[in-house]
Design a protein around this ligand. Structure first.
Ligand code: UFG
Length: 323
């Protein structure tokens, strides 16, 4: 891998879950990192030591970029599927309009690189799995639609204005990196919710549907460790090519059902974790599994923490510390 020297980087959303882990790793790699976050969903104490913190919205990024930066890692976004169905304006304004403003600020101040947090939700219900980057993109909710619109916007800015851009399409991110982990006020994700039961904060976990066309009837997802994800960001940053927009899926290429995740969490925590059957959740696809072949081939990236028990154990250590 080409190792670039120290870069001056702006990380939007660096007080959030994935943003804070990536910012921490970038600082450890020797980069100079400024976190821009409005703390609407992030936490001030999640901003890694060694980062300068600017409290502000993405629309205010220009004032920071004017100082001169080598790149932007753009994590700040609204990311709740159900909220996006009920209040799409928050997503079109907060995700799409804000990011076009960020691209404009990058153009104005000559910021040469961008790595963007895209999502598997850009694909919608897949025709087949594993999902490769050339699969049809037909998002089933405004969250995925806005992330896809941003991917298109980034592509056109890269070509027209010479930005070196990469969109990383995450599958189901989980795990933690020491004191940096998942701490959403409104938690909807499976693993942290299960761990809340193990901590005694919730009585039981609801299993959304046991009649899916899968071996045990529950939905299958591809869980990727947040540290492996962060490594992919560093590689993307270093290997981005001016004038090109590259897209990579990030997953382990292995699917686990909700029941399998539950069993792994029981083993890791030693807690019985009561579960109840509930109705299917609107908009859930039965199976989402990534093909990350392109990231393996072009970025030289390979997940090193693919074992679900390792992913859950790191999330559990974090939950014990935070809770
Ligand atoms: N689930 C339950 N009970 C819960 C929570 C989740 O059974 O209390 C199930 C869901 O139905 C799903 C699986 O656990 O089958 C995983 O659900 P998550 O909410 O953890 O993750 P999603 O697969 O829904 O979401 C992920 C990303 C989103 C992205 C979405 C695209 O986290 O950002 O994929 O489909 F939008």
């Amino acid at each position: 891998m080409i190792r670039l020297s120290r870069m001056r980087l702006m990380v939007t959303g660096g007080a959030g879950y994935i943003g804070s882990v990536c910012a921490a790793r970038l600082v450890e790699s020797g980069h100079d990192v400024v976190v821009l976050d409005d703390l609407s969903t992030g936490h001030r104490d999640a901003v890694p030591a060694g980062c300068r913190f600017v409290e502000g919205a993405v629309k205010d990024a220009g004032a920071v970029l004017a100082e001169g930066f080598d790149g932007v890692l753009h994590f700040a976004a609204r990311s709740l599927v159900a909220e996006s169905m009920a209040q799409p304006q928050r997503y079109w304004l907060g995700n799409v309009v804000a990011t076009v403003g960020l691209l404009e600020a990058m153009r104005e101040h000559g910021t040469p690189r961008m790595v963007f947090s895209s999502t598997a939700a850009t694909y919608g219900e897949p025709a087949s799995v594993p999902i490769a980057e050339d699969a049809v993109t037909r998002p089933t909710n405004p969250y995925g639609a806005t992330k896809l619109a941003i991917d298109h916007a980034i592509g056109s800015y890269a070509i027209a204005h010479g930005i070196a851009a990469v969109s990383l399409r995450y599958f189901n991110v989980a795990g933690a990196y020491g004191r940096y982990g998942e701490r959403h006020t409104l938690e909807t994700h499976l693993i942290p919710l299960i761990l809340q039961v193990a901590l005694g904060h919730q009585e039981k976990i609801m299993v959304f549907g046991e009649d899916w066309p899968t071996p045990d009837g529950t939905c299958i997802r591809d869980y990727i460790h947040v540290v492996d994800l962060a490594d992919a960001h560093e590689r993307a940053l270093e290997q981005a090519v001016p004038g090109e927009h590259r897209i990579y899926n990030l997953g382990n290429g292995t699917g686990f059902s909700v029941r399998q995740v539950l069993d792994t969490c029981r083993t890791v925590t030693g807690h019985p974790i009561p579960a109840r059957s509930a109705a299917r959740r609107l908009g859930d696809p039965a199976v989402l599994i990534a093909s990350s072949d392109r990231a393996h081939r072009e970025l030289g990236w390979k997940p090193e923490r693919a074992d679900l028990a390792v992913i859950v154990a790191d999330a559990w250590k974090f939950a014990l510390g935070a809770g």
